[in-house]
Design a protein around this ligand. Structure first.
Ligand SMILES: Cc1ncc(COP(=O)(O)O)c(C=O)c1O
Length: 427
């Protein structure tokens, strides 16, 4: 159950599964209806909602075509499909080049940021089990702001999770994280940047702590991984986030975010084969012989991999730099527009997302609902109450519509003309 109330179980007045098959036209008409409902709602951001209204629609179109072309190929059996195999190897090679990783790194493709994080924690756990087989209660230490999927994985596996309160600047409190480390701690991580606030943790500080205690250090660059190198190439500096920092053993970076590939696709890179080997697992204790997979999932479609290959080739370095610059322009335009609204204040985030506070005491859901009513979309943050937008390379039209709607809604909420009750149907 998420924070928006829409039900996944609407009432049906007829059975849905047809006794005999429909025609292709009927099937496509049904899908067109779903699509129309979605796009009616979307005036938003490519990362959260798909790839609509990006300022580079050609890249989005090519990604979709490539996805369709390979959607039926199974990555599990890529060794039987020399073309798919070659394509995936080329994607991994391009990831290394794009992210500027040093020689010797090992790239794994996964189904998304969550799976990349699961695999990173798992590799660290396997390493720790070998190092300290007698440890009874293995645990990980992370900043409070690290992505929720880390909690999910620890829930699934029984690994003890210590989320450490942040510093006053909403970044990882390195000293507090060090104090939380015990002899059972095998993994610490920082985000670059984190999803709740768009801020980079002190990766150098955390990696130094990890080296000092001899534990695994992971950087969650799921969000910023494919944006940061091009922001830097465009001449802007960013906090340290990659293997240039000693002690970092693994990095997660999502292709389906600022790589502009179709979902689901992410990457997990290990600094060297030494750490990658702990990811590797082959099951042989069953009737069908050795079974091993790229990440946690078994069969996965080659479509997203093809989409990554296509977009990387189509945009090239120049194209990614252009989109990175566009993201910065979009952010600046948002900040100026949003800050000009009485009582609303953007935080200074490092990259993306952009978050802002509404006037003290104002219900963020009344504002978000008022925005939804105008078909303009944004997301909530809770501690403290914030509204969040992803800094995508969208068109000016998207930014202007967002700022225009916010400028309309905030005074209406202040006057009581828009309330949480009045917008409930939109949430
Ligand atoms: C920093 C960060 N890490 C991990 C994730 C999880 O990624 P996914 O939704 O692809 O599983 C996200 C998603 O937004 C994220 O922002």
């Amino acid at each position: 159950m998420g924070y928006f109330g829409a039900s996944e179980d609407p009432k049906f007045d007829t059975d849905l599964f047809p006794p005999t098959g429909l025609t292709e036209e009927e099937v496509m008409a049904g899908l067109d209806e779903f699509e129309a409902r979605d796009s009616e709602k979307i005036v938003g951001h490519s990362i959260v909602y798909g790839v609509q209204l990006m300022s580079h629609m050609d890249a989005a179109r090519i990604a979709k075509l490539a996805n369709m072309k390979f959607v039926r190929n199974n990555m599990l059996y890529k060794e039987l499909q020399p073309g798919t195999l070659r394509m995936s190897v080329e994607v991994k090679r391009m990831i290394k080049e794009m992210l500027g990783h040093p020689d010797g790194v090992r790239v794994r493709l996964t189904s998304g940021g969550s799976e990349s994080l699961y695999c990173a924690i798992n590799a660290a756990y396997q390493w720790f089990r070998q190092e300290k087989p007698r440890s009874r209660e293995p645990e990980i230490v992370v900043p409070y702001s690290i992505h929720g999927s880390v909690s999910k994985w620890c829930h699934y596996t029984g690994i003890k999770l210590k989320r450490v309160p942040l510093g006053g600047d909403y970044r990882a409190d390195v000293a507090a994280m060090e104090r939380a480390i015990t002899k059972n701690t095998f993994f610490i991580a920082g985000s670059a940047p984190c999803w709740p606030y768009g801020l980079y943790d002190d990766i150098e500080g955390l990696a130094a702590v990890a080296e000092c205690h001899g534990i695994w250090m992971h950087v969650d660059a799921c969000l910023g991984g494919f944006l940061a190198p091009f922001i830097e190439k465009a001449g802007h500096s960013l906090p340290a986030w990659d293997f240039r920092t000693p002690g970092v053993r693994s990095i997660s970076a999502d292709l389906h975010k600022y790589g502009y590939a179709c979902k689901p696709l992410s990457s997990l890179t290990f600094r060297s084969e030494e750490w990658d080997q702990y990811h590797e697992f082959t099951a042989s204790d069953w009737p069908d012989g050795p079974y091993s997979t790229e990440a946690i999932c078994g069969s996965t479609s080659a479509g997203p991999v093809a989409s990554a290959w296509a977009v990387m080739k189509f945009l090239g370095e120049e194209g990614y730099i252009k989109l990175a610059r566009r993201c910065l322009d979009v952010k600046q335009r948002y900040v100026e527009g949003i800050n000009s609204i009485d009582g609303v204040r953007c935080w200074e985030t490092d990259l993306t997302p952009l978050v802002f506070q509404v006037p003290e005491g104002m219900d963020i859901f009344a504002v978000i609902g008022g925005m939804f009513e105008r078909r303009v979309y944004c997301l909530p943050g809770f501690q403290p109450p914030l509204i969040k937008i992803v800094v995508d390379p969208v068109t000016d039209e998207v930014v202007d519509r967002f700022v225009g709607a916010l400028g309309e809604v905030v005074p209406l909420v202040r006057k009581g003309d828009v309330t949480i009750e009045s917008v409930r149907p939109y949430l």
